[in-house]
Ligand binder design. Structure first.
Ligand code: UDX
Length: 454
């Protein structure tokens, strides 16, 4: 099928590359010429394991190309994905101006033939109908400019198709989804989407192709939009829940890791997303939970549980600093080393990362902050970072520190030379903000080890 993906941010690029890989003819559009140039040269503008390789392969095999010309994209695709950003405004609402601009642009380039316009961006509930209106606005604006009559045949339908991919395992998640959600009030559009996803539904590119086909959930437009918010809000709340239990564990002397295992084996609860620590961050959870709270507010409903999940999370980020105070007492003049900066491993993403709040609070208390992160230290990317010295290796980081805090559960942090690092420090204290390291191993290396509820 001929597909156009508009917006080559995280979601757009991964979607475009993966759909090309399943055999479709994909043209990705981005209005950033520099980015288009970079992608045309076979380079991915984002760090995601396996993405550049897959991108190059599909470009070489002629199924994937890039343009900055929206008209060319709209012409090319029978299915047009809108995958531009919907960042949170300071109020918590989503900023939908990019979606609006793209929808209007699609309208202004729509000619004859039937198209499916797919909302892949996480948009406020009710956006499907709104996108339809904006596309139609775009159509009439063009017709006015061209002096054509309003009865030129323009046929399209809008589908909401939320994505659930996680940074760091985006390609795996795309080829091995738990479900595919398609929301539309039109059967023809739903049928085309089902056809588009057939190779994925049949698990042709899955790790285990013998599993039964991927369930396809077909809903109306608003329900599909709500599924995305509800899923992310549930997962964020689940983490806040286990973090609350961890804080109580700390006080009563229980171990949250054992508790999580004990409750997670109940199949109604499940083992996943019960890892206690310094809380959730990133580009999705904080934005989506706030947006849902805001939507509820608009309809005169106070989402108390979701608000509490956010409050627990904000407090949880500073739990690492509280533990440093318990260990070191006065933090003024002390040097604290952070292991990891990104909001989770296998990404270079610092958006709403707990590290940012921790650095700010440590600075406020007069501590000197250093950090080592496997990706940030390498790439030199410092977007949004201030008040921290980024070191190039873990031993340089440890040198002269009064304590280390593990911020991100990067795999390579399991096997650092901790005994050497302990000797380089003023005092060998380690706060494990992800309950990730082995206490015994760290204690043998000479550290005083402190977990979160563990
Ligand atoms: C999330 C959703 O998982 C994905 O379905 C959606 O499409 C986008 O948002 P992502 O933000 O990439 O994906 O990361 P995820 O792996 O879900 O982790 C989110 C945050 O929660 C991270 O900061 C992580 O460290 C934290 N987390 C996760 C915990 O603190 N404990 C856990 O048990 C799991």
């Amino acid at each position: 099928m001929r597909v156009c993906v508009i917006g080559t941010g995280y979601v757009g690029l991964v979607t475009g590359v993966c759909l090309a890989h399943t055999g479709h003819d994909v043209l990705c559009v981005d209005n950033n010429e520099e980015k288009v140039k970079l992608m045309r040269s076979g380079q991915s503008p984002i760090y995601e394991p396996g993405l550049s390789e897959l991108m190059k392969k599909n470009m070489d095999e002629g199924r994937l190309s890039f343009t900055s010309d929206l008209g060319e994209g709209v012409n090319h695709g029978d299915i047009l994905f809108i995958a531009v950003g919907t960042p949170a405004l300071p109020t918590g609402e989503s900023d939908t101006r990019y979606v609006e601009a793209v929808a209007r642009g699609i309208g202004s380039h729509l000619r004859t033939g039937y198209k499916v316009v797919v909302n892949k961006s996480t948009v406020p509930i009710g956006s499907g109908d709104w996108v339809r209106m904006i596309v139609l606005d775009g159509v009439s604006e063009r017709q006015k400019q061209e002096g054509t009559t309003a009865d030129v045949e323009v046929a399209f339908d809008v589908v909401s198709n939320p994505e659930f991919l996680r940074e760091g395992s985006a390609i795996y998640d795309t080829f091995n989804p738990d479900r595919i959600v398609l929301g539309s009030n039109n059967q023809k559009a739903l049928d085309m989407m089902q056809q588009l996803y057939t190779p994925i539904i049949e698990r042709k590119y899955a790790d285990d192709p013998s599993l039964p086909p991927v369930p396809v959930v077909m809903t109306d437009l608003s329900s599909a939009e709500m599924v995305k918010y509800a899923a992310n809000s549930f997962l964020a709340t689940k983490i806040s829940f286990i973090n609350e239990i961890a804080n109580i564990c700390d006080r009563v002397g229980a171990d949250v890791k054992q508790v999580a295992n004990g409750i997670g084996l109940d199949s109604r609860i499940g083992q996943k997303f019960l890892q206690a620590g310094i809380g959730w961050g990133g580009s999705c959870f904080p934005k989506d939970v706030s947006a849902l709270i805001h939507t509820a507010d608009d309809y005169n409903y106070e989402a108390q549980l979701l608000k509490a999940a956010v409050e627990v999370n904000n407090r949880q980020r500073l739990m690492a600093v509280e533990k440093l105070q318990q260990m070191l007492k006065i933090l003024k003049g002390k040097t604290i080393g952070l292991l990891g900066l990104t909001f989770k491993p296998d990404t270079d993403d610092l958006r709403d990362a707990p590290a940012l709040n921790i650095i700010e609070q440590l600075n406020r208390l007069g501590a000197k902050v250093k950090a080592y992160d496997p990706i940030i230290s390498q790439t030199g990317m410092r977007h949004g970072l201030s008040g921290v010295i980024v070191e190039t290796d873990p031993e340089l980081l440890a040198d002269g520190c009064d304590a280390l805090v593990l911020i991100t559960d990067w795999d390579q942090f399991k096997n650092l030379n901790y005994s050497k690092m302990a000797k380089l420090m003023h005092s060998a204290v380690l706060i494990d903000g992800r309950n990730y390291l082995d206490r015994k191993h760290l204690e043998e290396a000479g550290f005083q080890y402190i977990g979160i509820g563990h």
